[in-house]
Design a binder for this molecule. Structure first.
Ligand code: DNO
Length: 349
Protein backbone atom coordinates (compact mmCIF):
# COMPACT_ATOMS: atom_id res chain seq x y z
CA UNK A 1 0.00 0.00 0.00
CA UNK A 2 0.99 3.59 -0.43
CA UNK A 3 0.35 5.76 2.59
CA UNK A 4 -0.88 9.30 2.01
CA UNK A 5 -2.40 12.12 4.07
CA UNK A 6 -5.13 14.60 3.30
CA UNK A 7 -3.97 18.18 2.94
CA UNK A 8 -6.25 21.15 2.25
CA UNK A 9 -3.76 23.25 0.30
CA UNK A 10 -2.23 26.49 1.45
CA UNK A 11 -5.14 27.11 3.84
CA UNK A 12 -4.29 23.96 5.75
CA UNK A 13 -2.56 24.83 8.99
CA UNK A 14 -0.60 21.56 9.03
CA UNK A 15 2.83 22.17 7.49
CA UNK A 16 3.92 19.81 4.74
CA UNK A 17 7.22 19.34 6.57
CA UNK A 18 5.35 17.79 9.48
CA UNK A 19 3.39 15.48 7.19
CA UNK A 20 6.64 14.38 5.58
CA UNK A 21 8.00 13.39 8.99
CA UNK A 22 5.33 10.75 9.52
CA UNK A 23 7.04 7.41 8.83
CA UNK A 24 6.32 5.93 5.41
CA UNK A 25 4.31 8.95 4.25
CA UNK A 26 4.61 9.10 0.48
CA UNK A 27 2.32 11.93 -0.49
CA UNK A 28 -0.89 13.84 0.07
CA UNK A 29 -4.32 13.86 -1.48
CA UNK A 30 -5.54 17.33 -2.14
CA UNK A 31 -7.40 19.46 -4.69
CA UNK A 32 -7.49 22.91 -6.27
CA UNK A 33 -9.73 24.47 -3.65
CA UNK A 34 -10.13 27.84 -5.39
CA UNK A 35 -12.53 26.47 -7.97
CA UNK A 36 -16.21 25.67 -7.55
CA UNK A 37 -17.91 22.51 -8.79
CA UNK A 38 -18.44 22.98 -12.52
CA UNK A 39 -15.36 25.20 -13.00
CA UNK A 40 -12.26 24.21 -14.97
CA UNK A 41 -9.16 24.17 -12.80
CA UNK A 42 -6.21 26.24 -13.88
CA UNK A 43 -3.32 24.12 -15.07
CA UNK A 44 -0.93 26.57 -13.49
CA UNK A 45 -2.56 26.18 -10.03
CA UNK A 46 -2.47 22.40 -10.24
CA UNK A 47 1.15 22.31 -11.34
CA UNK A 48 2.09 24.82 -8.69
CA UNK A 49 0.46 22.57 -6.08
CA UNK A 50 2.33 19.56 -7.39
CA UNK A 51 5.66 21.42 -7.38
CA UNK A 52 5.07 22.58 -3.83
CA UNK A 53 4.37 19.02 -2.69
CA UNK A 54 7.30 17.55 -4.59
CA UNK A 55 9.60 20.17 -3.09
CA UNK A 56 8.61 18.73 0.30
CA UNK A 57 9.31 15.18 -0.83
CA UNK A 58 5.62 14.36 -1.21
CA UNK A 59 3.75 13.03 -4.23
CA UNK A 60 0.41 14.15 -5.61
CA UNK A 61 -0.95 10.95 -7.11
CA UNK A 62 -4.42 11.16 -5.59
CA UNK A 63 -6.91 13.99 -5.91
CA UNK A 64 -9.61 14.22 -3.25
CA UNK A 65 -11.86 15.42 -4.77
CA UNK A 66 -12.90 16.75 -8.12
CA UNK A 67 -16.35 17.87 -6.98
CA UNK A 68 -19.35 16.64 -8.96
CA UNK A 69 -21.80 19.50 -9.42
CA UNK A 70 -25.45 19.25 -8.42
CA UNK A 71 -26.25 19.82 -12.12
CA UNK A 72 -24.63 16.48 -12.90
CA UNK A 73 -26.32 14.71 -9.99
CA UNK A 74 -29.67 16.12 -11.10
CA UNK A 75 -28.92 15.67 -14.80
CA UNK A 76 -30.48 19.03 -15.56
CA UNK A 77 -29.85 21.26 -18.58
CA UNK A 78 -26.38 22.24 -17.34
CA UNK A 79 -25.31 18.64 -16.77
CA UNK A 80 -23.55 18.00 -20.08
CA UNK A 81 -21.57 21.21 -19.82
CA UNK A 82 -20.42 20.30 -16.30
CA UNK A 83 -19.48 16.80 -17.42
CA UNK A 84 -17.26 18.33 -20.10
CA UNK A 85 -15.62 20.44 -17.40
CA UNK A 86 -15.09 17.34 -15.27
CA UNK A 87 -13.41 15.65 -18.23
CA UNK A 88 -11.14 18.64 -18.74
CA UNK A 89 -10.17 18.50 -15.09
CA UNK A 90 -9.40 14.80 -15.41
CA UNK A 91 -7.11 15.50 -18.35
CA UNK A 92 -5.33 18.23 -16.40
CA UNK A 93 -4.86 15.84 -13.49
CA UNK A 94 -3.43 13.21 -15.83
CA UNK A 95 -0.92 15.74 -17.12
CA UNK A 96 0.14 16.37 -13.53
CA UNK A 97 0.70 12.64 -12.95
CA UNK A 98 -2.44 11.95 -10.90
CA UNK A 99 -3.41 8.26 -10.70
CA UNK A 100 -6.65 8.24 -8.68
CA UNK A 101 -9.53 10.69 -8.34
CA UNK A 102 -11.81 10.39 -5.32
CA UNK A 103 -15.31 11.86 -5.70
CA UNK A 104 -18.77 11.41 -4.26
CA UNK A 105 -22.33 11.46 -5.54
CA UNK A 106 -24.21 12.54 -2.42
CA UNK A 107 -26.95 15.08 -3.10
CA UNK A 108 -26.45 18.47 -1.40
CA UNK A 109 -24.42 17.29 1.59
CA UNK A 110 -21.11 15.56 1.82
CA UNK A 111 -20.51 13.90 5.20
CA UNK A 112 -22.86 14.83 7.99
CA UNK A 113 -22.53 14.82 11.77
CA UNK A 114 -24.62 16.20 14.61
CA UNK A 115 -21.66 17.15 16.82
CA UNK A 116 -18.28 18.41 15.67
CA UNK A 117 -16.76 18.56 19.16
CA UNK A 118 -18.07 15.56 21.01
CA UNK A 119 -16.24 15.32 24.34
CA UNK A 120 -14.76 11.93 25.03
CA UNK A 121 -14.01 10.64 28.52
CA UNK A 122 -10.27 10.97 27.99
CA UNK A 123 -10.54 14.70 27.29
CA UNK A 124 -10.17 14.40 23.52
CA UNK A 125 -12.98 15.46 21.25
CA UNK A 126 -14.26 14.06 18.00
CA UNK A 127 -16.98 14.08 15.40
CA UNK A 128 -20.17 12.29 16.34
CA UNK A 129 -23.61 11.47 15.00
CA UNK A 130 -26.59 10.94 17.26
CA UNK A 131 -29.81 9.60 15.77
CA UNK A 132 -31.79 11.41 18.50
CA UNK A 133 -30.12 14.76 17.79
CA UNK A 134 -30.57 14.25 14.09
CA UNK A 135 -34.31 13.70 14.58
CA UNK A 136 -34.51 17.15 16.22
CA UNK A 137 -33.09 18.98 13.18
CA UNK A 138 -35.68 20.88 11.20
CA UNK A 139 -34.78 20.39 7.52
CA UNK A 140 -36.56 23.67 6.74
CA UNK A 141 -34.09 25.61 8.89
CA UNK A 142 -30.79 23.92 8.48
CA UNK A 143 -27.84 25.11 10.46
CA UNK A 144 -25.74 22.04 10.61
CA UNK A 145 -22.53 21.83 12.53
CA UNK A 146 -19.66 21.96 10.07
CA UNK A 147 -21.90 22.71 7.13
CA UNK A 148 -19.80 24.74 4.76
CA UNK A 149 -22.44 27.46 4.29
CA UNK A 150 -21.72 27.55 0.58
CA UNK A 151 -25.42 27.93 -0.13
CA UNK A 152 -27.69 30.66 1.14
CA UNK A 153 -30.68 29.38 3.10
CA UNK A 154 -32.96 29.97 0.07
CA UNK A 155 -30.63 28.18 -2.32
CA UNK A 156 -30.41 25.27 0.05
CA UNK A 157 -34.19 24.99 0.46
CA UNK A 158 -34.64 25.25 -3.29
CA UNK A 159 -32.12 22.48 -3.91
CA UNK A 160 -33.67 20.28 -1.23
CA UNK A 161 -37.10 20.69 -2.80
CA UNK A 162 -35.78 19.82 -6.28
CA UNK A 163 -34.29 16.61 -4.87
CA UNK A 164 -37.56 15.63 -3.21
CA UNK A 165 -38.74 14.75 -6.73
CA UNK A 166 -35.66 12.67 -7.56
CA UNK A 167 -35.96 8.97 -6.82
CA UNK A 168 -33.08 6.68 -5.91
CA UNK A 169 -33.40 5.04 -9.33
CA UNK A 170 -33.09 8.39 -11.05
CA UNK A 171 -30.06 9.38 -9.03
CA UNK A 172 -28.46 6.02 -9.77
CA UNK A 173 -29.11 6.37 -13.48
CA UNK A 174 -27.64 9.91 -13.36
CA UNK A 175 -24.53 8.46 -11.77
CA UNK A 176 -24.29 5.84 -14.50
CA UNK A 177 -24.75 8.50 -17.17
CA UNK A 178 -21.92 10.51 -15.63
CA UNK A 179 -19.63 7.46 -15.52
CA UNK A 180 -20.49 6.41 -19.08
CA UNK A 181 -19.16 9.81 -20.09
CA UNK A 182 -16.07 10.08 -17.91
CA UNK A 183 -14.76 6.49 -17.70
CA UNK A 184 -13.58 6.45 -21.34
CA UNK A 185 -11.54 9.57 -20.57
CA UNK A 186 -10.12 7.86 -17.48
CA UNK A 187 -9.16 4.84 -19.56
CA UNK A 188 -7.51 7.06 -22.11
CA UNK A 189 -5.48 8.99 -19.54
CA UNK A 190 -5.02 6.21 -16.97
CA UNK A 191 -6.80 7.75 -13.99
CA UNK A 192 -8.84 5.52 -11.70
CA UNK A 193 -12.14 6.88 -10.40
CA UNK A 194 -12.80 6.04 -6.73
CA UNK A 195 -16.28 6.89 -5.52
CA UNK A 196 -16.56 7.71 -1.83
CA UNK A 197 -19.51 6.08 -0.04
CA UNK A 198 -22.38 8.01 1.44
CA UNK A 199 -21.52 9.20 4.91
CA UNK A 200 -23.42 8.14 6.91
CA UNK A 201 -24.60 5.33 4.64
CA UNK A 202 -28.33 5.92 4.80
CA UNK A 203 -30.78 8.46 3.38
CA UNK A 204 -30.96 11.82 5.15
CA UNK A 205 -33.71 14.46 5.01
CA UNK A 206 -35.50 12.42 2.36
CA UNK A 207 -32.60 12.92 -0.07
CA UNK A 208 -31.79 9.86 -2.15
CA UNK A 209 -28.41 8.18 -1.69
CA UNK A 210 -27.04 5.40 -3.87
CA UNK A 211 -23.58 4.42 -2.60
CA UNK A 212 -24.36 3.00 0.82
CA UNK A 213 -24.44 -0.78 0.60
CA UNK A 214 -22.89 -3.84 -1.00
CA UNK A 215 -25.87 -4.07 -3.31
CA UNK A 216 -25.25 -0.48 -4.45
CA UNK A 217 -21.64 -1.35 -5.33
CA UNK A 218 -22.62 -4.53 -7.14
CA UNK A 219 -25.03 -2.75 -9.43
CA UNK A 220 -22.54 0.06 -9.99
CA UNK A 221 -19.93 -2.40 -11.25
CA UNK A 222 -22.47 -4.35 -13.23
CA UNK A 223 -23.51 -1.17 -15.03
CA UNK A 224 -19.92 0.02 -15.69
CA UNK A 225 -17.58 -2.98 -15.62
CA UNK A 226 -14.40 -1.03 -16.43
CA UNK A 227 -11.85 -1.35 -13.64
CA UNK A 228 -11.42 2.43 -13.87
CA UNK A 229 -14.82 2.57 -12.18
CA UNK A 230 -13.65 1.88 -8.64
CA UNK A 231 -14.19 2.88 -5.05
CA UNK A 232 -12.74 4.58 -2.02
CA UNK A 233 -13.32 2.03 0.69
CA UNK A 234 -14.09 4.20 3.70
CA UNK A 235 -14.36 1.98 6.77
CA UNK A 236 -15.77 4.73 8.98
CA UNK A 237 -18.50 5.70 6.51
CA UNK A 238 -19.62 2.21 5.53
CA UNK A 239 -19.00 0.84 9.01
CA UNK A 240 -21.27 3.45 10.61
CA UNK A 241 -24.12 1.16 9.61
CA UNK A 242 -24.22 -2.13 11.46
CA UNK A 243 -26.00 -3.52 8.41
CA UNK A 244 -22.85 -3.23 6.31
CA UNK A 245 -20.36 -6.07 6.59
CA UNK A 246 -17.19 -4.08 5.94
CA UNK A 247 -15.00 -7.18 6.16
CA UNK A 248 -16.72 -9.05 3.38
CA UNK A 249 -16.91 -5.83 1.34
CA UNK A 250 -13.18 -5.19 1.81
CA UNK A 251 -12.30 -8.76 0.79
CA UNK A 252 -14.69 -8.95 -2.13
CA UNK A 253 -13.91 -5.62 -3.75
CA UNK A 254 -10.16 -5.95 -3.16
CA UNK A 255 -10.28 -9.32 -4.92
CA UNK A 256 -12.16 -7.66 -7.78
CA UNK A 257 -9.49 -4.93 -8.02
CA UNK A 258 -12.10 -2.22 -7.38
CA UNK A 259 -10.54 -0.56 -4.36
CA UNK A 260 -8.23 2.16 -5.59
CA UNK A 261 -8.13 4.10 -2.34
CA UNK A 262 -8.90 3.26 1.29
CA UNK A 263 -9.83 5.63 4.10
CA UNK A 264 -9.22 3.83 7.34
CA UNK A 265 -10.76 4.97 10.61
CA UNK A 266 -12.85 3.63 13.46
CA UNK A 267 -16.30 4.42 14.84
CA UNK A 268 -17.84 3.41 18.14
CA UNK A 269 -21.54 2.58 18.12
CA UNK A 270 -23.17 4.47 20.96
CA UNK A 271 -26.71 3.13 20.95
CA UNK A 272 -28.88 0.55 19.25
CA UNK A 273 -30.04 3.12 16.72
CA UNK A 274 -27.60 4.50 14.19
CA UNK A 275 -25.47 6.66 16.48
CA UNK A 276 -21.72 6.70 16.58
CA UNK A 277 -18.67 8.57 17.78
CA UNK A 278 -15.45 8.68 15.76
CA UNK A 279 -12.68 7.24 17.90
CA UNK A 280 -8.93 6.82 17.44
CA UNK A 281 -8.02 4.44 14.65
CA UNK A 282 -7.04 1.46 16.82
CA UNK A 283 -9.53 -1.38 17.01
CA UNK A 284 -9.45 -1.31 20.84
CA UNK A 285 -11.31 2.02 20.98
CA UNK A 286 -14.01 1.43 18.40
CA UNK A 287 -16.51 -1.03 17.03
CA UNK A 288 -14.55 -1.88 13.88
CA UNK A 289 -11.67 -4.32 13.64
CA UNK A 290 -9.17 -2.51 11.43
CA UNK A 291 -6.56 -5.26 11.76
CA UNK A 292 -9.01 -7.61 10.13
CA UNK A 293 -9.74 -5.09 7.37
CA UNK A 294 -6.02 -4.62 6.62
CA UNK A 295 -5.43 -8.37 6.60
CA UNK A 296 -8.36 -8.98 4.24
CA UNK A 297 -7.24 -6.18 1.93
CA UNK A 298 -3.71 -7.54 1.68
CA UNK A 299 -4.82 -11.17 1.33
CA UNK A 300 -7.05 -10.18 -1.52
CA UNK A 301 -4.37 -8.36 -3.45
CA UNK A 302 -5.06 -4.73 -2.52
CA UNK A 303 -2.09 -2.56 -3.33
CA UNK A 304 -3.57 0.92 -3.55
CA UNK A 305 -3.47 4.20 -1.67
CA UNK A 306 -4.42 4.36 2.00
CA UNK A 307 -4.90 7.31 4.26
CA UNK A 308 -5.68 7.73 7.91
CA UNK A 309 -9.07 9.38 8.09
CA UNK A 310 -10.70 11.68 10.63
CA UNK A 311 -8.79 11.96 13.84
CA UNK A 312 -9.83 13.31 17.21
CA UNK A 313 -8.50 16.59 18.53
CA UNK A 314 -5.90 15.43 21.05
CA UNK A 315 -2.83 16.75 22.91
CA UNK A 316 -4.48 20.16 23.24
CA UNK A 317 -4.84 20.60 19.49
CA UNK A 318 -7.85 22.54 18.26
CA UNK A 319 -7.84 21.94 14.53
CA UNK A 320 -10.46 21.63 11.81
CA UNK A 321 -12.66 18.79 13.14
CA UNK A 322 -11.36 15.46 11.90
CA UNK A 323 -8.28 16.96 10.29
CA UNK A 324 -5.77 17.73 13.00
CA UNK A 325 -2.23 16.41 12.84
CA UNK A 326 -1.68 14.34 15.97
CA UNK A 327 -4.42 11.75 15.91
CA UNK A 328 -4.10 11.26 12.17
CA UNK A 329 -0.35 10.78 12.61
CA UNK A 330 -1.06 8.17 15.29
CA UNK A 331 -3.53 6.60 12.88
CA UNK A 332 -0.86 6.54 10.16
CA UNK A 333 1.62 4.83 12.48
CA UNK A 334 -1.01 2.25 13.39
CA UNK A 335 -1.91 1.65 9.73
CA UNK A 336 1.80 1.14 8.98
CA UNK A 337 1.91 -1.52 11.67
CA UNK A 338 -1.17 -3.32 10.43
CA UNK A 339 0.01 -3.41 6.84
CA UNK A 340 3.59 -4.34 7.67
CA UNK A 341 2.30 -7.28 9.65
CA UNK A 342 -0.23 -8.32 7.01
CA UNK A 343 2.21 -7.92 4.12
CA UNK A 344 5.13 -9.73 5.82
CA UNK A 345 3.30 -12.50 7.55
CA UNK A 346 0.04 -12.78 5.64
CA UNK A 347 0.38 -11.89 2.01
CA UNK A 348 -1.71 -12.70 -0.98
CA UNK A 349 -3.72 -15.91 -0.73
C1 DNO B 1 -14.63 13.50 4.77
C2 DNO B 1 -14.19 12.98 3.48
C3 DNO B 1 -15.18 13.31 2.38
C4 DNO B 1 -14.62 12.94 1.03
C5 DNO B 1 -15.56 13.25 -0.10
C6 DNO B 1 -15.02 12.71 -1.39
O1 DNO B 1 -13.85 13.74 5.61
O2 DNO B 1 -13.93 11.64 3.52
O3 DNO B 1 -15.45 14.68 2.43
O4 DNO B 1 -13.47 13.67 0.80
O5 DNO B 1 -16.81 12.71 0.11
O6 DNO B 1 -15.65 13.37 -2.45
Amino acid sequence: MKLIFRWYGDNDSIPLDYIRQIPNMTGVCTACYDFKPGEVWEEKSLLHLKDELNAHGLEMEVIESIPVSENIKLRNDKCEKDIEVFKQNLRLCAKAGVKVVCYNFMPVFDWLRTDMHHKNEDGSNSLAYSADDFAKIDPKHLHLPGWDESYTEDELQNLMSIYQKVSKEELFSNLIHFLEEVIPVCEECDIKMAIHPDDPPWDIFGLPRVVSTERDYDRLFEAIPSIYNGITLCTGSLGASKRNDIYSMAAKYAAQGRIHFAHLRNVLYTDDKDSFVEMGHASCGGSLDLARVAKLLVENGFNGYVRPDHGRNIFGENEKPGYGLYDRALGAAYINGLFEMAEKFGGKK
